[in-house]
Design a protein around this ligand. Structure first.
Ligand SMILES: [Zn+2]
Length: 312
């Protein structure tokens, strides 16, 4: 009988299994079970690694003191630190105020944006509009009204290009022109920049920094840009709640406007306060904003809006 002591590290479980003198069939089943558990553990670790690598490379608010390459391609040590933090936070959940930011990309648009502003006002919630410079010039009156409402204006470029496909100078020109358009029409000097479709590379981060703007992404994405039904938007925003929650929504979508009352009610019922991005940064350190914790929120039992009207 071969000595198992020399291969103890890799086969201790086999030793443990055979030591009990189990019948052959049982031994085979036990070995299979150990292999399955090891395989499942490996799959979980790999999946969490991929998840954390993505979070590390898509921060909610891009820190100003981290090299752009490190954000686009996070080092293994940063991913490992995030995984360890997740384990720690599972056993010792940190306490933090529940804050949520409603962000709306694109526009302003002549029909939907006034409706969205009226809805936000009726719900008494602040929001952030990442507007496109070209559309601000086309709709100056609406852009100016957004400024008067409790809306923080952010820069979404001048013409909404795919930023990562452009060289650094063109990316910087897009950001600079977007900021100029917004300032010319509303008098607002923007603080935050969001790249179209959330696509960026290291040059985008450099360009935003050169223009004195902070790049802001999100941590809750219900996919409302795909024109999905209202009840689906509500369910997605509620099921993927985070603390803090920076929610990506879109200007120009009637279903999104309809979804807002149920979203706001569900978050408020769970103790969330709605704020702007500037207010979020004033209340929480970047380490917490970029480490959003999942929050379990109950789905509304019978939403007043369009649940039920999209039955297959
Ligand atoms: Zn956009």
């Amino acid at each position: 009988m071969p000595s198992r002591s020399t291969v103890w590290t890799s086969s201790w479980s086999w030793g443990a299994i055979t030591k009990f003198n189990l019948p052959q069939g049982w031994q085979r089943a036990a070995r299979r079970a150990v292999l399955l558990v090891a395989l499942a553990a490996a799959v979980i670790v790999v999946r969490r690694w991929v998840h954390h690598a993505e979070l590390e490379s898509v921060p909610v608010i891009v820190p100003s003191n981290v090299p752009p390459q490190t954000i686009v391609h996070p080092p293994a040590a940063a991913i490992a630190r995030r995984m360890l933090r997740e384990v720690r936070e599972t056993f010792f959940p940190p306490r933090r105020p529940r804050l949520a930011v409603l962000t709306f990309d694109d526009g302003p648009y002549p029909v939907e944006t006034p409706l969205l502003l009226a809805q936000l006002q009726a719900l008494d919630v602040p929001a952030v509009f990442f507007v496109i410079g070209r559309d601000v010039r086309r709709q100056p009156a609406i852009a100016a009204r957004a400024r008067l409402a409790h809306v923080e204006l952010g820069n979404h470029t001048a013409t909404h290009p795919e930023m990562a496909a452009l060289p650094l100078e063109e990316q910087q020109a897009e950001i600079a022109q977007g900021a100029r358009d917004i300032a010319a029409v509303t008098g607002v000097r923007v603080r935050y920049f969001r790249p179209p479709h959330g696509n960026y590379d290291a040059a985008t981060i450099l360009a935003a920094r050169a223009e004195g703007e902070t790049m802001a992404l999100w941590d809750v994405d219900p996919g409302d840009w795909r024109t999905i039904p209202t009840h689906q938007i509500i369910a997605n925003v509620i099921m993927h709640a985070r603390s803090p929650a920076v929610i990506l929504l879109h200007n120009g979508k009637l279903a999104t406007i309809e979804a807002l009352p149920d979203i706001v009610a569900a978050y408020r019922a769970a103790g969330f306060t709605f704020v702007t991005l500037s207010q979020l940064q004033a209340r929480l350190p970047l380490s917490e904003i970029n480490d959003p914790l999942p929050v379990r929120l109950p789905l509304p039992a019978a939403p007043a809006s369009s649940v039920g009207e999209h039955n297959p």
